[in-house]
Design a protein around this ligand. Sequence first.
Ligand code: AMP
Length: 493
Amino acid sequence: MRALEDDFDRPKEECGVVGFWTHPEMKAEVARMAFFSLYALQHRGQESAGMAVSDGNLVTMHKGMGLVSQVFDETAMTNLKGHFGIGHNRYSTTGDSHVRNAQPYHVSTLHGPLSVAHNGNVTNAAALRKALMERGVGLMSTSDTEVITQYLAAPVPFKDRTAPRWEQRLAQLLDVAEGAYSLVVMTRDCLYAMRDPLGMRPLCLGRLKNRDGKVMGWMVASESSALLTLGAKHLREVGPGEIIRIDKNGITTVKPPVAEKSTAMCIFEHVYFARPDSKIEGQTVQVVRQRMGTQLAKEAPAEADVVFGVPDSSLPSAMAYAEATGLPQTEGLIKNRYIGRTFIEPTQEMRENKVRLKFNALRENLEGKRVVMIDDSIVRGTTMYQLVRLVREAGKAKEVHVRIASPPINNPCYMGVDLASREHLMAAQMDVDAMCKAIGADSLAFLSPEGLHKAVRGDEPKPCGHCDACFTGNYPVDVSFFEESDAKRQFEL
Ligand code: AMP
């Protein structure tokens, strides 16, 4: 059996979270709202989905493996009753794929029920785990979310253990937990939302009104697109290091956010992860991606006839690249949108098959042409290798020039984005010329890290720091624990 600790060498919690609190007399259908908001955040995780709903006395929970639409059928929805609740989509990984890792986590405590849903990766989870075990707390899974839940349930002794003091417990968690965590926490009568002090993963706050314009309550979600889906008003983002309580008294900031300047929001959310219609740091992601395309055109123009993007995440950059270079834009690839993300298959062979299953080349638009193909990123290189072949062989393109709207990824992410370990990252193993050969392109160029920052900052209203460790290796937190286990694994290979 694999040691539990082995699982810490791999980030795995890039997820979507939602939380709702509504006035009981408004009779809002919280489970249905959670369902549709999780649906809106499906891109953040397809491995499992779950929700916990409470009427203040009883918590009902339902979770399972698969897409939101597969996990919640009518019977499950009918049983989920209450006026507040939390929900979660879990991202799939190459690692342990099991329903025991599905969220929310739920435990009974001396002070009533406690349910937690988490997006991110706590980088010192191993140390916190050990500390908990030394205090006699038993753990059932490898998940850092379980560690968070138990840390809240059994905090380092308070003077007065008879009072719940959830806010103190959450604040204490902020002091000890390192890395990325956007959390929604449900207690007997409150919903809490909180973000790690570096603000690595997004989380935003919205207000729900009914058809007559009466305030029904509030919701939090990983991305604002989930608020739009429910017609909620996007009030603001939960600040880095901020703890918010939502209950019958409305929204209360229990702990104010830290200064934005000291934050390290994940820049990859802008590059790939977030939906283009979401607002992050006050900016619509679509617009940020367009700026990446404009910048890429400045840094890496190409002698070509047409430009097209790999659907979907690179389409805004491709559009802007074409506009900035003056090259005509076309559709080069048609994607089967029902096949799912190529990343979700555990073996390399299955991943390769899925790329072929997912795209067809449009020969009518490509034949005999020198084409620029834009994608948002190269991770293992699997996708790009397959696509270049497809565009040449099925599309009959004369030349294929690949442009990537982000820098080469040569470092693993330990803060929650499931990229790959260093030995599988193409850019960590070879330089750009060798990559170009390996994917079979006529030319290959990436956006520079400076260009990416420029595009992301744009006209951002607030100064805000970003984590770009996957591109630069500058980690904002101590990752030596992961680096050591990576080195050990490479040595063993
Ligand atoms: P690869 O085939 O390993 O080079 O992966 C690159 C492709 O996967 C690109 O088309 C990206 O749009 C997409 N991608 C990048 N990062 C991720 C991620 N964390 N999860 C899923 N897909 C990703």
